[in-house]
Design a protein around this ligand. Structure first.
Ligand code: URP
Ligand code: ZN
Ligand code: ZN
Length: 460
């Protein structure tokens, strides 16, 4: 199969020009003006943007969590992602404390194989570090193509590791060329605030927010940066929400350290006033919680200052029935919100259209930097000859409205109901095959491949 995309405005992290793009098989084989090729399919992309398929490195599909499971599985989740222009996701395998990493890997392979529509990889979450796990970490990097290891500084008793384990893990990961990623919030302080609020009868979703003040995130981010500095390990903070945490990373740069940072769309465009809507606030119960307007300002600035490299989603959807598990107690509301489908369009409409970020920056944070950081560049994350033909053709002027009635995620509400956006994903190509066209998904479950990853290629 060959595809010729004509006259599109091709945008990468570094360039912006009008040209044709020729795809043969799974890769891009030529780029240039007026390419003299015939193709099985010709797409006129005049007046459209053509950029690399989005990479969302923070999603939770079919994940057992807080007594239930996230409601999008690999099929529905990667299909919804494709509709929005995200062609690859990186999910999190969770080690069960007391069990091996390999047992967890097998479990997640069972969930994804034959189901994924888009490409995917895994981060391995180490929740219980010991000498045996250290050996598995090395095997994961060298044999499985899984080179990033997630840690939790919160969710004690289920996912959290202590600082001693963290430092030991960092030493092994550094020696073998991997990356440690972190959910950086102070779990002990949060647990004590949750307990106090419950004891005082403060049980609405608002108290989820009030139990995780900014200091719990800034303290943990600074502590994580210190441990990285001590061990020399490269590290990446997931879902950063606030000015205080960003300042911890900024301070680390003063000792010539680079800590990689991801924020998520919701922290850029939503704020904590949503928790004042009584139980409806459960739609936005996620950890860390939404913050203040001043934090949004800091995060947009952090992107432009190069302190934040990636915008993901932390997509972790739960249906309303699942959210109701916490109707009488905020601490039982499953944490997470649906977002995988709207990341690119929200970032374009709220970021590029409003002049907060440039078009090149948009591509950098939605695709290219994730590919570099997680060891899949330049196979993915750019438009170049030889790269996988993962392409989004995007109409920058098309207006549309987000709604539960039209989204493709397996969840019965939207955190952005009624939002009017400008700019819409029109056609999506994954490894040379048209995945989305005329708002329909043309790929079958099983087309999505597990992508083995190498070492980070972002200079830190
Ligand atoms: O609320 C969230 N973020 N749920 C998913 C688990 C995590 O902490 O990323
Ligand atoms: Zn987290
Ligand atoms: Zn997460």
């Amino acid at each position: 199969m060959s595809i010729l995309i004509k006259n599109g405005r091709i945008v990468t992290a570094e360039s912006d020009y009008i040209a044709d793009l020729f795809i043969e098989g799974q890769q891009i084989s030529a780029i240039g003006k007026d390419l003299p090729y015939t193709a099985d399919r010709v797409i006129d992309a005049s007046e459209k943007l053509v950029f690399p398929g989005g990479i969302d490195p923070h999603v939770h599909l079919d994940m057992p969590f807080m007594g239930t499971s996230s409601s999008d599985d690999y099929e529905t989740g990667t299909r919804a992602a494709m509709h929005g222009g995200t062609t690859m996701v990186i999910d999190f395998i969770l080690q069960t404390q007391g069990d091996t990493l390999y047992n967890a890997l097998k479990e997640w392979q069972g969930r994804s194989e034959g189901k994924a529509i888009g490409d995917y990889s895994y981060h391995m979450a180490v929740t219980d570090f010991n000498d045996e796990v250290a050996k598995e970490v090395v095997q994961f990097i060298q044999e499985e193509g899984i080179s990033s290891f997630k840690t939790f500084m919160a969710y004690k008793g289920a996912l959290m590791i202590d600082d001693g384990q963290m430092v030991q893990l960092m030493k092994v990961v550094k020696e073998h060329g991997g990356l440690v990623t972190v959910h950086a919030t102070n779990g002990d302080v949060i647990d004590s605030l949750i307990a106090k609020n419950r004891a005082d009868g403060n049980l609405s979703p608002l108290y989820h927010y009030l139990s995780q003040p900014e200091v719990t995130e800034s303290e943990a981010s600074a502590r994580f940066a210190d441990m990285l500095h001590y061990t020399g390990c490269p590290g990446y903070i997931v879902h950063m929400t606030c000015e205080g945490a960003l300042n911890a990373v900024r301070e680390a740069t003063q000792r010539n350290q680079k800590v990689l940072v991801e924020t998520c769309t919701q922290y850029l465009v939503l704020d904590a006033s949503l928790y004042e809507k009584d139980f409806e606030g459960a739609k936005w119960v996620m950890s860390p919680p939404l913050r203040e307007k001043k934090d949004q300002v800091a995060l947009w600035a952090g992107i432009n200052q190069g302190l934040i490299q990636v915008v993901g989603t932390d997509h972790c959807p739960f249906k309303w029935e699942q959210k109701l598990m916490g109707k009488d107690d905020f601490s039982k509301i499953p944490n997470g919100h649906p977002a995988i489908e709207h990341r690119i369009e929200l970032l374009y409409s709220e970021g590029v259209r409003t002049g907060k970020i440039s078009l090149n920056k948009f591509v950098e944070v939605s695709s290219t930097n994730a590919a570099k950081i997680f060891g899949i560049y330049p196979r993915k994350g750019t438009i170049a000859i030889g790269a996988d033909a993962d392409i989004v053709i995007f109409d920058p002027l098309k207006k549309h409205t987000i709604s539960v009635d039209t989204h493709h995620m397996n969840v019965d509400y939207s955190g952005y109901e009624g939002w009017e956006l400008t700019g819409k994903t029109e056609t999506v190509i994954l490894r040379g095959k048209i995945g989305i066209e005329n708002e329909e998904c043309l790929l079958q479950p099983g087309y999505g491949q597990f992508v083995k990853r190498g070492k980070t290629s972002l200079v830190i």
